[in-house]
Write a protein that binds this ligand. Structure first.
Ligand SMILES: *Cc1c(COP(=O)(O)O)cnc(C)c1O
Ligand code: SF4
Length: 327
């Protein structure tokens, strides 16, 4: 790395936070940006993600995922601030234990990018921000529940923690005898590949337990060469790479787009894992793809691709013992 190469923190700090600046960068003059939508949920887009967008195209599938829109202000009856019941399942120590054998560990509220369709966009993260006290409670919870075999570091985005915090969390989880695997749910390898430094990859490689890294990517255009390089560096260290996507109206609700995504993921060393129906979080209704349409697209995918490139179509329902498989 040259001394002039920005570190990931520098790139993160320089992320676009004003729609007008992002649109200017993309050479787009006309737009219908809602500043009110921004007030509810700030815009945040790292340059490396914006660089994957098509210049001059307001309908770019990546831009649509991140540009605030007036539709976010429309209230819909069956949409809520806690659509999957995560809040009611949250322990004092930032653990969400809804499924048998595995838990989510909410390590930070922050993300490098703010996806407009995020199911956690209304989450009161300031209340769950991990501090030393909550961390101790979380670890005690893991210790006390001998049936937990997998800890899923989640957020927000756990890879926003600095290397030292992350390494310490991994080692403390791994020190608990009944924990067998550590999973990391992150969008950073995709939206801020500079985060995947040699030091971070070394930490994951030296982890005392197997690491499964689950990325979040919705469109093949998100998988630049820079992203591919970062993913291959992980794969070389025997880290299992899986991807989850959200099915999004006018962004990826089409068999060709999803097929390209699966193929490109494979070329980056990642296997498709889940394709989620949208969680009904307030402000996201304009992204919804109906279940019947989703099933049709999924069947076409199944016809066109080898089985291992077909993600499982699922939805999250509050109170259920696992995600609901739709086929
Ligand atoms: C999705 C999710 C998991 C992980 O589920 P898998 O099917 O194992 O990927 C665990 N806990 C919660 C609360 C979840 O939402
Ligand atoms: S990266 Fe994930 S948690 Fe963060 S805003 Fe996007 S969808 Fe939400």
């Amino acid at each position: 790395m040259s001394p002039h190469t920005p570190t990931w923190q520098t790139e993160l700090a320089a992320a676009f936070t004003k729609p007008s600046e992002l649109l200017h960068y993309l050479n787009i003059n006309t737009h219908s940006v809602s500043t009110l939508a921004e007030q509810d949920f700030a815009m945040r887009v790292p340059l490396s993600y914006a660089a994957c967008m098509e210049k001059g195209n307001l309908n770019d599938p990546l831009l649509k995922q991140v540009l605030p829109h007036a539709n976010e202000l429309i209230q819909q009856a069956d949409y809520s601030s806690d659509p999957v019941g995560d809040l009611s399942a949250l322990t004092e120590g930032c653990i969400i234990h809804k499924y048998q054998g595995r838990v989510l560990f909410i390590t930070t509220g922050g993300c490098a990018i703010n996806c407009r369709f995020c199911f956690r966009r209304n989450f009161p993260y300031s209340e769950v921000q991990l501090n030393k006290q909550k961390e101790a409670k979380a670890l005690q919870y893991l210790q006390d529940h001998k049936d937990i075999h997998e800890v899923i570091l989640s957020g927000g985005d756990p890879l926003l923690l600095n290397d030292q915090r992350l390494e310490s969390l991994i080692h403390q989880c791994a020190a608990i005898a009944h924990i067998k695997r550590i999973r990391i749910h992150t969008r950073l390898p995709i939206v801020l590949p500079a985060r995947m430094t040699d030091n971070l990859i070394g930490i994951l490689n030296n982890a005392p337990l197997p690491i499964i890294l689950v990325t979040h990517c919705n469109h093949a255009n998100e998988l630049s060469e820079h992203v591919a390089t970062a993913c291959f560096a992980l794969k070389k260290q025997n880290i299992t790479l899986l991807n989850q996507s959200v099915l999004l109206k006018d962004i990826n609700d089409n068999v060709n787009i999803l097929q390209n995504l699966s193929e490109r993921l494979f070329n980056c060393g990642i296997l498709p894992y889940y394709l989620h129906l949208l969680d009904k979080a307030t402000g996201t209704a304009h992204f919804e793809v109906k279940q019947a349409t989703a099933l049709k697209i999924h069947q076409q995918l199944q016809n066109n691709l080898p089985g291992y490139l077909v993600p499982k179509l699922v939805k999250e329902q509050a109170g259920k013992a696992s995600k609901t498989l739709l086929i």
